[in-house]
Design a protein around this ligand. Sequence first.
Ligand code: CP
Length: 336
Amino acid sequence: MTKELKGKHFLSCDDWTKEELDVVFDTSFELKEQFRNEVPHLHLPHKTLFMIFFEQSTRTRNSMEAGMTQLGGHAHDLTSDKMQLSHGESPKDTAIILSRMGHGIASRNCFYGIGYDYLNEMAEHSTKPVMSLQDDIYHPFQGLADLMTIFEQFGKNLKGLKVTVSWAYADTHSKPLSVPQTQALLFPRFGIDLTIVHPEEFPLSKNIIERANKRAEEGGGSLKIVNDMDEAFEGAQIVIPKNWGGFGAYGVQEYLDNEDKCKKEMKENLEKYKSWICDERRIKLADKNVKLMHALPADRGHEVTNEIIDNPDISVVFDEAENRLHTAKAIMALTM
Ligand code: CP
């Protein structure tokens, strides 16, 4: 295991060079092979990771905890209500203390305008690597698993691959912008021609799109934003239909100062777009060998129909979910 990345925080894929990410992917594929063949790979014997979840999780929690066990260490599965954080202890003090007791800190905090800053404050004061398990801006572990799955499906040269990330209707909760924003920043760096489609009221953050355009120029891919779901599906080789909240329509301070009003507007806007679903008709607009990806959990019957997500010729969502394990282990093994 290379020593060069030891101690490096993982708060966004955008903080890692393409060369560093290539090392992560090579390690992920190696670890996947070893996992499949039951070859022991105890890169982190006796090491401890502290995980602090402010929100629910299935994939992230279990990929990290199972990953630590398989690497020979242990992960503490903590929630904010179990800790003095709930009585106001600062992220700074928490990070100093946990980094004295273990070898890594990971946290999920998706509160809009708060989560990423919170993780950054921990990283500033931790002497051990801090990893984002998703925040209000980024979901870096998801981005890695997505790209690993794309490599498996289309090979390592992704130049010109047509990928569509589409907003879709859901009636659950206002999901963070972090998954599509991570994809917007990451995919074009690897040569992908990315189309993002959303209703006008559900944009991604302006500063992320500006940065994603720069990343596309550097990486040889491209980024296009449109508002017509059918148009965005035409010829796509991968479609990723996913709901996100309308947070990007507001400045962070504007949202925090008027949270109730913004939430009400977002809910009203959401109900206008129930037809934004990935179904048989729309899949037929895409490339004949199109693949469906989704970070999961999927809102079946709203974001995507059962017949599409359960179609093994189209859907690779469970490979994508499994790859959360291998990419998580790569980051932990390389940084801790
Ligand atoms: N995709 C993802 O992050 O899933 P969980 O919310 O279950 O962790």
